[in-house]
Design a protein around this ligand. Structure first.
Ligand code: ATR
Length: 508
């Protein structure tokens, strides 16, 4: 279930928003605190107009005070009056703050079938025990408890998600024991609570709301209603929130920042194509241990790992394969059947992906000796290719060669080092791989080794993919070389990652 928050200044504007987004939402929340002063009185006409413009859509009436993160700064009596009027006007739900008790509202409620959303908003910080906070709110046939709190970091987000799981388990148990109360068939169904983490770290609480047992997930067109809100389209089509249930598999990408990541589009599209009951969620993580605790509890079946968590992920995993060992960093964590995590690095397989369709030359010159070069050199050596490493800082190239020799047991004839200045004099391999960051946007005209003269018969692989045509690659093509774009490696590592997720994770 997706609840679309309406933050227009007029009733008409909100109705237009409903028409535009209705197909991605199951109910709407009229945030009457966003209405201009003259429009508040018209809020009670909203349900009738909604029935004409978006038939079948249930509505919530909310007039959030400024002290709870809303816009309403007016007279409290006026607000109570508008809420009491709204109760009899056809709204299915009315959102009342946990400390709001007004005889006029109670009187209206007695004669209506409206469900109260009894909400608590902690807009500046989250309290230590969200399950307890939620448990302290009334929960019965006529009231739905809601906790919304600002999450300042991932540990807050994890605590909230774990709190939701704990609360859902307790609540479900009570019902199975027969001590739980009956509930009416209304939007929200079996799930009788709401929990929301506000702010960028709270995004997973919104995407996973249904998976965590919440009645619905809140969305907005502009993100104005609460920070971190996603649009109904994104929740519905990218994350498929409406199809989630307690058994939905959870995959994620973790890093900080994470907003720019294209991985959710990539992996969710494949999950849809494969008809998996699983979702891939972006998680901005500034506390790896908190993530690990959540990962074990949910559980999270697989994770893509990005900057700055790759080394930590490698250290934390119970097991690691030789690719992760060689690179010294994990870009993938997979849950094992034993319940721990296995670290791997799909950059190795991603780099080799283009060679499924073309022959890998026997001799390669690798420019660079950083983290990316480690994956490339290891991949080449595993394929039996002779490698010469060239780097601006010679000692670093020496160190890389030495560590690869000890890791693979191969000798100096397989892994050599060449000073960068000698590259113009000594003949380079039939494959040249550019692994440095030179030439990457925004320094697109930079060339990592201008002294290198292409013969025209080499295969040139630049692993930089922003821009796709680096100066180095353009220079190689101008000399007649065949080239491979870094995009191939990027896509290859993602495909390999998905293959591992799909085989390691038991989603169903
Ligand atoms: P990554 O993980 O992306 O490989 P890295 O570990 O910082 O990043 O490594 C960057 C690589 O680019 C190194 O080989 C670095 O050379 P040094 O070891 O001499 O630093 C190389 N590099 C970065 N800027 C460079 C420049 N202006 N000219 C030549 N090489 C450069």
């Amino acid at each position: 279930m997706i609840c679309f928050c309406l933050t227009g200044q007029t009733i008409e504007e909100n109705l237009r928003l409903c028409e535009r987004h209705a197909r991605h939402a199951d109910l709407v929340e009229l945030r009457a605190d966003f209405l201009s002063a003259g429009e508040l009185g018209a809020a009670c006409k909203f349900p009738t107009l909604l029935a004409e413009r978006a038939p079948g859509m249930a509505a919530i009436l909310t007039i959030r005070r400024q002290s709870e993160g809303g816009r309403y700064g007016g007279d409290e009596r006026r607000r109570v009056e508008a809420l009491a009027q709204g109760v009899g006007a056809g709204f299915s739900f009315v959102d009342l703050e946990h400390d709001l008790h007004a005889p006029s509202i109670d009187a209206s409620l007695r004669h209506s079938a409206v469900t109260v959303i009894r909400s608590r908003h902690d807009t500046t910080h989250m309290r230590p025990d969200p399950a307890r906070e939620l448990g302290a709110l009334p929960r019965n046939d006529l009231e739905l408890p809601k906790l919304a709190a600002h999450v300042a970091g991932f540990s807050d987000a994890a605590r909230m998600m774990l709190g939701a799981v704990e609360y859902a388990a307790l609540h479900g148990q009570a019902r199975r024991d027969g001590s739980g109360e009956a509930h009416r068939e209304r939007p929200g169904g079996e799930s009788r609570f709401l929990m929301v983490g506000m702010g960028p770290y709270g995004v997973p609480t919104r995407i996973l709301a249904r998976r965590l047992g919440c009645a619905w997930s809140y969305a907005s067109a502009s993100g104005e209603a609460a920070p971190g809100q996603l649009s109904p389209e994104v929740l519905d089509t990218l994350y498929r929130v409406r199809s989630h249930g307690p058994r939905t598999g959870v995959l994620c990408v973790i890093g900080d920042p994470i907003e720019h990541s294209r991985s959710p589009e990539f992996h969710n599209a494949r999950l849809v194509a494969d008809k998996r009951d699983a979702v891939y969620v972006p998680m901005r993580v500034d506390d790896f241990d908190a993530w690990l605790q959540l990962a074990h509890a949910l559980p999270i079946t697989g994770a893509s790992v990005t900057v700055p968590l790759k080394e930590q992920a490698l250290l934390a995993a119970e097991r690691r394969d030789d690719a992760a060992e060689a690179v010294g960093a994990a870009n993938t964590l997979l849950r094992t059947t034993g319940g721990g995590y296995m670290a791997t690095n799909t950059d190795v397989a991603g780099f080799l992906a283009p060679f499924a369709e073309m022959e890998l030359p026997r001799h390669a010159t690798v420019i660079g000796a950083g983290g990316a070069a480690r994956a490339v050199v290891f991949a080449l050596l595993k394929q039996g290719c002779h490698v010469t490493i060239v780097n601006r800082t010679h000692e670093r190239a020496d160190k890389l060669a030495e560590s690869m020799r000890s890791l693979t047991g191969l000798g100096r004839s397989m892994v050599k080092v060449l000073p960068l200045d000698d590259l113009g004099e000594v003949e380079h391999g039939a494959l040249v791989v550019q692994t440095t960051t030179v030439g990457m946007t925004p320094e697109e005209e930079a060339d990592p080794c201008p002294r290198l003269r292409f013969r025209g018969d080499e295969l040139v692989y630049d692993i930089v993919y922003t821009p796709e045509y680096t100066r180095f690659r353009r220079r190689a093509e101008a000399a007649g070389c065949r080239t491979i774009s870094g995009r191939r490696m990027f896509e290859g590592q993602g495909q390999e990652q998905y293959r591992l997720f799909a085989t390691a994770a038991r989603f169903d």
